[in-house]
Design a protein around this ligand. Structure first.
Ligand code: CDP
Length: 231
């Protein structure tokens, strides 16, 4: 039995469990996992640290030329995001980055640079990538597209718990406000807004466990791997 290598694109709102699902699915299939949101977060961190004016296209272009983003799997088998050779995995999850990442992600030049890199990473398939425009813009030919949603409160609790695991207590209202703001910017921006691809399968994660989410995706992935004639 031959299993074809496929591309799995997972899009959806903030904190719906995309990354957790994508990571686990990639591990089970032996695929590469790419967190496209981490790339936009790394750009945002660089812009903040270098006081790049978002409204100045020249400054933005110059900064983008200085930015090199890569991913490495560490000794605990966890993928870390690197910005110009330094791990920024913890820093990019901070609230100061979360507050600025959606405005930065509206900038056309930023998106073009990231999408070009994401397509290179996926050129040999065997990849799971999560984000906002993966099934619509980055890999419109992806063999499996998923669109994840969940109730706002469930999403906020999950995100708050992730912060708690790092010993940081963020007020639930602040978490909700950040998620709502980002969803609004992400869905209404002119450049590749977050939207469900016509051929995406919707997964509502409100009432299901991570294991159930992963099982559903694996089942769909295997059927695409058996049936896919592409690539
Ligand atoms: O994990 P979380 O849901 O908080 O978001 P993320 O995946 O880390 O993405 C952070 C932000 O980056 C999003 O709110 C979007 O503004 C932006 N993003 C994007 O524009 N396009 C992508 N493919 C991925 C993320």
């Amino acid at each position: 039995m031959k299993l074809n290598k496929i591309v799995i694109a997972i899009d959806g709102y903030s904190a719906c469990g995309k990354s957790t699902t994508a990571k686990e699915v990639a591990k089970i299939l032996g695929y590469r996992y790419i967190d496209s949101g981490a790339m936009y977060r790394a750009v945002t961190l660089y812009f903040l640290d270098h006081h790049v004016a978002l409204t100045n296209p020249k400054e933005v272009d110059r900064a983008l030329q200085q930015i090199n983003i890569s991913f490495k799997v560490n000794t605990k088998k966890v993928t870390e995001t690197f910005l110009n050779g330094l791990s920024v995995e913890q820093e990019i999850r901070q609230m100061r980055v979360s507050e600025q990442v959606s405005p930065v992600s509206t900038i056309k030049a930023v998106r073009e640079a990231m999408v070009a890199q994401q397509r290179k990473l996926g050129k040999d398939k065997g990849i799971v990538m999560d984000g906002r425009d993966i099934g619509t813009v980055v890999f419109p030919q992806a063999e499996l597209k998923l669109f994840m949603t969940a109730d706002m409160l469930v999403r906020a609790f999950r995100r708050q718990r992730e912060w708690l695991e790092q010993d940081r207590l963020i007020d639930l209202d602040d978490v909700i406000e950040n998620i709502k703001k980002r969803d609004l910017i992400d869905t209404t921006r002119a450049e590749s807004p977050l939207r469900q691809a016509d051929d995406a399968v919707v997964i509502d994660t409100t009432h299901i466990t991570i294991d159930e989410q992963v099982d559903q995706v694996i089942r769909m992935a295997i059927s695409r791997m058996l049936g896919s004639s592409k690539g």
